[in-house]
Design a protein around this ligand. Structure first.
Ligand SMILES: [Zn+2]
Length: 166
């Protein structure tokens, strides 16, 4: 299947295995550090506790967080809200081996909306979060397919021709 071709929003973990310094491109070492992130504003600030892989370049003594650390921070925020993370939403679709267009057709969700959720550009509301969780359940998914299938068959030109022949 080639539905993943052209996706540029995927987290690249290849650099996570061998992190390199963005300045001098020397290999960097990793230390796991417990950090507290202040999330929210005003009276709604909460502390989110995360363990981040902090990279250190010994050549130029530069400390940095790369995309792996950024992803951990993002996941902490989604978990705080009790919502599926963008990566979990993507996995929900990919376990059905569907392109965004095909997933949109079956679920009734907008293709652009799915992309925004998967990339974290937009956060799904609670109702859609629950809908997405149901889609992870095989019996729910089968029920949805049964709901959609007869309608597609009725509208399809091939099915129409078969009907005339019978
Ligand atoms: Zn460096």
């Amino acid at each position: 299947m080639n539905e993943q071709r052209g996706d540029k929003d995927r987290v690249d973990f290849s650099s996570a295995e061998k992190p390199t310094c963005p300045y001098c491109e020397q290999p960097a070492t990793t230390t796991l550090e417990d950090e507290t992130l202040a999330y929210g504003s005003g009276e709604n600030v909460v502390d989110l506790h995360v363990r981040l892989p902090v990279r250190h370049c010994e050549a130029c003594d530069f400390h940095f967080i790369d995309e792996v650390g950024e992803r951990i921070q993002t996941e902490a925020v989604y978990r705080h809200h009790g919502l599926l993370t963008p990566w979990e939403i993507r996995a929900t679709r990919e376990r059905r081996r569907l392109s965004r267009a095909a997933f949109a057709e079956i679920t009734g969700l907008g293709e652009a909306t799915i992309k925004r959720w998967e990339t974290g550009a937009k956060t799904q509301n609670r109702a859609n979060d629950r809908y997405l969780r149901l889609l992870n359940d095989d019996s729910c998914w089968s029920a949805l397919e049964r709901l959609v299938a007869p309608r597609k068959a009725r509208l399809g030109p091939v099915a129409h021709m078969v009907q005339f022949r019978v």
